[in-house]
Design a protein around this ligand. Structure first.
Ligand code: C2O
Ligand code: CU
Ligand code: CU
Length: 534
């Protein structure tokens, strides 16, 4: 791809424009791929120059055991990332008081980030930076896991556009439990393009991590109580936590807010909506801002996915964010009855849930209207893909009791021939979910199972969804809630569905992962390496 030499700010300066995408689009100027996630700080090569205007951030980050108050009564033992700024602006880390969640990084595109990870857990661990476009050695592949007591030094430059990314553990077969016991944090990137929009910021910018957990009588988190069954369905809790707390009430001012949602649950999928039927105004997805806001009656949010909402609370007294009922699959079409598939949770997949309540208080900042132009997105084109006529296909199906990808499970050092791509190529990848009677179920179990498919190291564009007619009815309960307009790194693939994405493998050769972000599926082997060769 062409070397980009202008940052958006440089370009705006050249154009003699201070800011404002609206002005640009009105005069028909197309920016030089300003919103390409890799269009970055100046070059699109691995030797990217860190921005001189944002000094490096050096952070000491420890993964350790501790306890935090979650429910009333005894504190809950958790695993937590604790961090401090060694060098750089103290505001670069935002701590959620009393939560097991790690710090929120607030960084700028172009900034160099050094994180010194120390493992004070009883098990090996490693951090993966979900959604970031960084070299293989920084990406947290399980083969980089460090033993208890050891350290790992991360050093990378943020190339991603403004957006909410996140980080979590990725050690072999331990990702699910480590994330479940609390290890996760947000990584929020800002850039000049976004700053120029004047979106709600500061106290009006609220990151919200949605998770579910199961507790025992003395407030300890319980995990995988049903063994094999939980592994096949994914583990579900019966208590919804937002930023690590139950029964969340957000006290907001009468003003407009930016609500940044991450589904940090191990396997639960949410069908998010405002309870009173107010449509959701979506401004961003996994890889940052959309070109323009879109509205949805509800939004599907699968594990690993992010969505950002804009909401004006100035004209109301309260609001409630809920998850609506849907048929979430996980019932067996084969020998097993659906009733057994709820796992240990009293809240099976797809049941209606309360996520949080909003209480509107005093008057806040006057509401400035939401810009109708947020960004520009360079659309990948099918005809530019090296395999446009012959998509690389990944079949998701059960073999025995295990969910597989093209009949395979994870192997630490193995890459199959059909998992090798060339550096610089644009490719079509197609995820084909054959589970649940689409003809692909093998062995005696044949479950209908949604799979949120995630690729490391890249952001992609969803270009096509197709549904097997036998699944149409079930699908119609969720399909109006996909937001495929922007950059994504995780895409929900429903039972009977095929999803095509266009993805370019840029800048970094090496071995990366792609996997189902249902963490129990991932740990059980629904994960593979892909290799980018130069
Ligand atoms: Cu958030 Cu390998 O994933
Ligand atoms: Cu990832
Ligand atoms: Cu899965």
């Amino acid at each position: 791809m062409a070397i980009k030499t202008l940052s958006r700010r440089d370009f705006l300066k050249l154009m003699g424009l201070g800011a404002g995408t609206a002005a640009l689009s009105a005069c028909g100027v197309t920016l030089p791929a300003a919103s390409d996630p890799q269009a970055g700080v100046a070059v699109s090569t691995p030797g990217i120059t860190p921005s001189p205007t944002s000094p490096a951030l050096i952070v000491d980050l420890t993964a350790a055991r501790t306890t935090v108050p979650i429910l009333s009564g005894a504190e809950t033992p958790v695993w937590r990332y604790q961090a401090s700024v060694r060098e750089g602006a103290a505001e670069s880390l935002q701590v959620l008081d009393g939560s097991y969640l790690g710090p929120i990084f607030r960084v700028k595109r172009g900034q160099r980030i050094q994180v010194k990870l120390k493992n004070e857990l009883p098990d090996p661990t490693i951090i993966h930076w979900h959604g970031l476009h960084i070299p293989e050695e920084m990406d947290g592949h399980p083969r980089y896991a460090i033993a208890p007591g050891k350290t790992f030094d991360y050093d990378f430059t943020v190339q991603n556009r403004a957006g909410m990314y996140w980080f979590h553990p990725h050690p072999h077969q331990l990702t699910g439990q480590q994330a479940y016991y609390g290890l996760a944090g947000l990584f929020i990137v800002s850039d000049d393009e976004e700053n120029a929009l004047g979106l709600p910021s500061g106290e009006y910018d609220l990151p919200l991590v949605i998770q579910d957990r199961l507790f025992d009588a003395v407030n300890r988190m319980v995990y995988m109580v049903n063994g094999m069954m939980d592994q096949m369905t994914g583990f579900l809790g019966d208590t919804i936590l937002v930023n690590g707390k139950p029964d969340t009430i957000l006290d907001v001012k009468a003003s407009a807010y930016r609500l940044r949602l991450l589904n940090g649950s191990n396997s639960r999928i949410y069908k998010l909506a405002w309870q009173d039927g107010t449509p959701l105004t979506v401004i961003a997805t996994d890889g940052g801002l959309l070109e323009a806001p879109v509205t949805r009656d509800y939004v599907m949010l699968a594990p690993g996915e992010r969505v950002e909402l804009w909401m004006d609370f100035s004209t109301r007294n309260d609001a409630k964010l809920v998850s609506l009922a849907f048929d979430g699959g996980g019932s067996a079409g084969g020998m097993m009855g659906g009733g057994m598939m709820g796992g240990g949770s009293t809240l099976p997949k797809g049941v209606p849930l309360d996520i949080l309540r909003v209480r509107v208080g005093e008057k806040g900042e006057p509401v400035s209207s939401l810009p109708q132009r947020l960004s520009s997105i360079a659309r990948h084109r099918m005809e530019d893909a090296v395999n446009g006529k012959n998509p690389r296909s990944f079949v998701l199906a059960m073999q025995g009791m295990i969910h597989t990808i093209n009949g395979r499970v994870f192997e630490m050092d193995t890459v199959a021939n059909d998992e090798i791509v060339r550096l610089g190529d644009l490719e079509v990848w197609e995820f084909v979910n054959l589970e649940g009677g689409g003809g692909g179920g093998m062995g005696m179990m044949n479950m209908e199972m949604p799979h949120p498919m995630h690729m490391h190291g890249v952001q992609f564009q969803v270009v096509e969804r197709r549904i097997d007619r036998n699944f149409r009815k079930q699908y119609e309960q969720v399909s109006a809630g996909f937001v495929d307009e922007g950059w994504k790194d995780t895409v929900l693939v429903m039972p009977g569905e095929s999803v095509k994405v266009l993805v370019r493998f840029e800048d970094f050769a090496g071995t990366f992962l792609y996997h189902c972000h249902n963490l129990e599926h991932e740990d059980a082997g629904m994960m593979r390496n892909y290799r980018v060769t130069s």
